[in-house]
Each structure stands twice: as C-alpha cells, then as structure tokens.
Design a protein around this ligand. Structure first.
Ligand code: HEM
Length: 242
C-alpha cells in the first residue's frame, strides 16, 4: 500500500549524508522528531499484525482484540493528559477533543456487546505500556512523546486502517470504527499542522537534553506498541493454526 513513508529518505540523520544531517539540525523540532523516529515507525508499519490489518486479512476477533487493548492504553493516556492539562509542556499537546475513550466505548459495545467490560482485559504488554504512560504523570516531556506517537498516528495511518476495517468487517463510525473518526476536529491536515507547531514551540520550554528525552521516549513508545501488536499477532497466528 502506498504510504508517505517512502518519501522520507532522510528520516534517520545517522544513516543519511552530511547534507541530510545539517538539514536535520536546522529543521523544526516536529520534523527532527519525525526523522529520528521514522525507522521505528517503519518497523511498526511493517509488522505482520499491521500488514494483515491493512490488507483486511485479520479476523474480526483480532481487530476487536486490538480495539480492546487500545481502550486500556487510551484510558491511561487520557487520565494522565487530564492531570497535565495545565502543564506548560504537556499542556501544549493535550486537546480534550482528541480524547478517544468515549469512541472506544462505542466501538467495544459494537464489537463485544453491552457487557464488553467483563469480556476484555489488558494483556501483559498492554500493562507494561500503560504503566509507562502512567509514569509520565511525573514526566511531562515523556508524556508528549506518548501523546505524539498515538494521536498523530491515529490521524495519519489510522485513517487507512479505518477504511479497511469498515470494508472488511462492515463497521462504521457509529460503532466499530468511531476511534478513527476525528470529524469533530475539522480539517485533519490543518489540525496536524497546528499540532506540529505546538511541538515546535516546545523548543522554548525544553533544553537539548529534554528534547532528546522526547525522541528516546517516542522510540520506546513505538517499541511498546509493537510489543502489544506482536502479542496480538501471536494469538491470531495460534488461532489460525488450530
Ligand atoms: C498499520 C500500519 C501503519 C501505516 C500504514 C501508517 C502510515 C502512516 C502514514 C502514511 C503517516 C503519514 C506520514 C507523513 O505525514 O509523512 C503516518 C504517520 C505517523 N504514524 Fe503511522 N502508520 C502505521 C502504523 C503506526 C503505528 C503502529 C504507530 C504508533 C503506534 C504509528 C504512528 C505514527 C505517527 C506518530 C505518525 C506521525 C509522524 C509525523 O508526521 O511526525 N503509525 N503513519
């Protein structure tokens, strides 16, 4: 599937030419963050579970299991987000109109039924992920990394996933793919541009070490997401082998 990933030959300055590295050093923070973490993104995008999802080849139960794990991650992200809303660093990215928990509750009702709360539980990788998110209540720059990794992804590749899931499972934004419905934000490109401007403005609050921490925490956030997907993929593969 064509993604914009192929248009980022300079995503990792360590692997690029000297000119790439110089350009990267001058780029705004949002661009540097993206370049420095894009190879982790490619790992996540190319993961077997992601590929099966994008091909519409996942069973509906595996899609539902992913939505269930999202629920626990976003419950943590949004609880910490509320606690940091007035923070000068994290508060720049916290937007209540992004909150996904109400949409996830609608999706889980459509996918599991009204008793969904009794039917879902966090997996071990999801518990590790949510624990890390919870720790960022004391680490606003780290929180920005987790926020960026999830919400900007949902506003980007997530929109492809939405189309595939609607086709593959006969779902819609009233229940099943509400998670990917950001129509309340208006134009997504415009929202993403504003979000990136907020990341760029963090240059004022964060010194070089703190900016590096955001980059490192974003790489960790990708790895934690991959671990969740790998675990879901293992149970999907085990079911398929039966
Ligand atoms: C399922 C496969 C995936 C596909 C097809 C995909 C595709 C994309 C695309 C096309 C973009 C836009 C790139 C651009 O604006 O230049 C993007 C951005 C992004 N994706 Fe993904 N993605 C996938 C999985 C993921 C996962 C699993 C995560 C994290 C958990 C993620 C996080 C992000 C983030 C944070 C961005 C914003 C990058 C930036 O502009 O700074 N993506 N993705």
């Amino acid at each position: 599937m064509p993604t914009e990933a192929g248009r980022h030959p300079t995503e990792d300055p360590d692997r690029g030419t000297r000119r790439d590295a110089d350009e990267a050093a001058d780029a705004p923070f949002s661009e540097r963050l993206k370049r420095a973490t894009w190879s982790a993104h490619e790992d996540a995008e190319q993961h077997g579970f992601s590929r099966a999802l994008l091909e519409g080849a996942l069973p509906r139960e595996s899609y539902a299991a992913m939505v269930a794990q999202h629920y626990f991650a976003y419950a943590a992200l949004e609880e910490v987000g509320r606690s940091l809303a007035a923070d000068p660093v994290a508060g720049r990215v916290v937007h209540p109109e992004l909150f996904r928990v109400p949409a996830l509750e609608r999706d889980l009702t459509a996918l599991y039924g009204a008793d969904w709360r009794e039917r879902i539980a966090p997996t071990a990788p999801t518990r590790a992920y949510t624990e890390r998110i919870e720790r960022t209540a004391e680490d606003p720059a780290g929180y920005v990394a987790h926020h960026y990794t999830r919400y900007l992804g949902d506003l980007s590749g997530g929109q492809f996933i939405r189309r595939v899931a609607e086709r593959a499972y006969g779902l819609d934004q009233r229940g099943g793919t509400a998670f990917y419905d950001f129509s309340a934000l208006g134009s997504l490109p415009r929202f993403k541009a504003r979000y990136r401007a907020q990341l760029d403005a963090l240059e004022l609050e964060l010194d070089a070490a703190a900016r590096e921490h955001v980059v490192d925490e974003t790489r960790l956030a990708y790895r934690l997401n991959m671990a969740v997907l790998a675990d879901l993929g293992a149970s999907f593969a085990a079911d398929a082998a039966v």
